[in-house]
Design a binder for this molecule. Sequence first.
Ligand code: ADP
Length: 152
Amino acid sequence: MTVKYPEPRTAIFPGSFDPFTLGHLDILKRGLQVFDRVVVAVGVNAAKKGGTPVEERLAQIRGAIAGLSGAEAVSYEGLTVDAAAACGATSILRGVRSVADFEYERNLADLNRAISGIDTVILCADPGLAAISSSALRELKAYGRDISAYLP
Ligand code: ADP
């Protein structure tokens, strides 16, 4: 059963998404069962070098989410809470893969609530997809392995 809130609700789904995986897509789809609109927001951190250029990541994400009503993708620099306000989001959406992710996500959620009052909705990834992290795929890709099976 899909539960919708009475008011249209927007969440921001922030991350580096490098590359955008089936796990991310799974969290996005689950998020759309709770929110009317989910904005995938690719964080651009000038201090972090390397990785796929943001325009390439955005094109890849937009291709993967093209059929999902209510889903969109943007990039942002700066604080996630400011990007949330800019896109009209009243919640932050995050996914967790394992128990080990929870403490970090809890701290992040507390921090964002403290600085802007915004709440975070944390969803559990499908166990079959949860083992695949963007950084693991980035490493495989760097060593020339075929990662297409993990990408939407
Ligand atoms: P970050 O570095 O901010 O965690 P990512 O792009 O790795 O950026 O992840 C963005 C969001 O997607 C985070 O909430 C993260 O927990 C979640 N996520 C990452 N990998 C997976 C996966 N394999 N399955 C489900 N969720 C994932």
